[in-house]
Design a protein. Sequence first.
Length: 68
Amino acid sequence: TTNPRNRAIVESISEVCLKLGIRMVAEGIENEEQYAVLRACGIDLFQGYLFSRPIPVEEFERDYLGKP
C-alpha cells in the first residue's frame, strides 16, 4: 500500500507475528506492487487473484493434491 498509515499497521502486525512465531497470511493480493510491499514487511504467505482465481475444492484436490 502507498498509504503510510496502512503500511505502518501492516508492518506492526507483521512484527508482532514474527516475534510470537505466528505465520501471517496476506489475502486479496491482486498485483505485483501489493505483493512486493507485503514481502518487504516480512510476510511470506499470500493468496489472491495474482496467484490464482478461486477454484472449486475438487479442482484444487485434483490439481494440487493429485487426487482423481
